[in-house]
Design a protein around this ligand. Structure first.
Ligand code: ADP
Ligand code: MG
Length: 383
């Protein structure tokens, strides 16, 4: 039986009736463009083969009943009309927030039974939260075919994550879950939300893309994220631009000279990272994914040395992958743990996985999870 079929069966076991459909949305990994999203810059996420499924059926009584396979037991129950930020705690705040945001935007979603299952590891920097939100948004509204409509949905569920989960995330995760397509990275320009599907099919070029989940939870993340963000805003103010990505790379040297010492590396990372994304897009569109490897490695050095958001495990994963002959590697996501992404020749991919695992064992770290990925589908209806 298909995965969606099993999710439909699980829905029946929980709620004692058939679901109206099964929808799913993927986790994501960002190929390049880190800490650019709140500076008006660009990101390049792709959809993972790991997905979150949501089976749902409407209810006439206005109740929202939410169940996750990860939290067996009675569903969380709340009146759809009474939803407000703070009304629901724990994991159910994510889907409840989605229902709230959709209702506010006039989607008219009332009561529903919802059951979710996921293959996306939680808190690994692969965006299980956006996969959950977008899968539930489709389950509550039905299929959404046009990219523009999907982007609207992505923006709504981001508001849900802000208001209900208290996470001031950028738009990348939700846009990736909603809008990615097979064989592409999504070039998302955050200043105006312009979207472009850029061809990226590593396997067709004899390459492999690996995600290395370090298993390290990003504990330091929240305070450090706020501090980096505040530093970028201070840098932009000092330089008289609205957003750091308004700076042209040619203006960088002059700009750095005008800044206080602590702000310089932050500004240098953001401006050079945006330039790297531009180069990567050009190389991918020219059909040359191999040459993106060096940009990934340069991006890692910038995040480690200038933006200072890496950690020992991420640095080790990148170093071991490069030692094993990878074309490029970098930490991905906000930092301080989570995952790294590695681009390698097909013939070197096995060696990369073994070398990273051996390096983690030698350093006494928990075994990493190495996952080969191909850019997959965004959100869709499965059943
Ligand atoms: P990430 O998005 O990087 O995986 P977050 O901290 O943003 O990490 O989101 C993880 C949270 O999302 C979990 O703690 C949980 O509350 C919620 N979540 C995600 N997927 C599920 C799921 N399938 N079932 C229940 N809760 C989930
Ligand atoms: Mg998240």
């Amino acid at each position: 039986m298909s995965r969606a079929g099993r999710v439909a069966d699980a829905f029946r076991a929980v709620f004692g009736r058939a679901c109206a459909g099964v929808w799913s949305a993927p986790g994501r990994v960002n190929l390049l463009g880190e800490h650019t999203d709140y500076n008006g810059g660009s990101v390049l996420p792709l959809a993972l083969p790991l997905r979150t499924w949501a089976a749902a059926a409407p209810r006439a009584d206005g109740l929202l009943r939410l169940h996750s396979a990860l939290f067996p037991g009675e569903p969380v129950e709340v009146a759809a009309a009474g939803l407000a930020p703070g009304a629901v705690r724990g994991w159910a705040a994510y889907p409840a927030g989605v229902a709230w945001a959709l209702r506010r935007a006039g989607y008219g979603t009332g009561g529903a039974d919802v059951h979710v299952e996921t293959d996306v590891p939680l808190g690994a920097g692969l965006s299980s939260s956006a996969a959950l939100e977008v899968a539930v948004a489709l389950a509550l509204t039905g299929a959404v075919e046009r990219e523009a409509d999907r982007l609207v949905l992505a923006r709504l569920v981001r508001e849900a994550e802000h208001a209900f989960a208290g996470v001031p995330c950028g738009i990348m995760d939700q846009a990736a879950a909603a809008c990615c397509t097979t064989g592409h990275v999504l070039h998302l320009r955050t200043r105006d939300l312009a979207l472009r599907q850029v061809p990226f099919d590593p396997v067709a070029h004899g390459l492999r893309l690996l995600v290395v989940d370090t298993g390290v939870a990003h504990a330091l993340r929240d305070g450090a994220y706020a501090a980096r963000r505040a530093g970028c805003e201070a840098g932009a103010r000092a330089l008289g631009v609205r957003l750091l990505c308004d700076l042209d790379p040619g203006q960088l040297d002059g700009a750095l000279g005008a800044l206080d010492e602590p702000l310089r590396p932050l500004v240098r990372h953001v401006v050079t990272e945006e330039e790297r994304v531009g180069r990567a897009v050009a190389r991918l569109e020219a059909g040359d994914p191999r040459s993106v490897g060096g940009l990934l490695t340069a991006g890692h050095a910038s995040l480690r040395d200038d933006f200072a958001v890496s950690c020992a495990e991420l640095d080790l994963a990148v170093a071991a992958a490069l030692r094993a002959g990878a074309l490029g590697a970098r930490m991905t996501g906000g930092g301080f743990g989570g995952s790294a992404v590695v681009l390698a020749e097909e013939a070197a991919a096995g060696r990369v996985g073994r070398e990273v695992a051996a390096a983690f064992a030698a350093a006494g770290h928990r075994p990493p999870r190495v996952l080969p990925v191909e850019p997959g589908d965004g959100a869709r209806r499965d059943l």
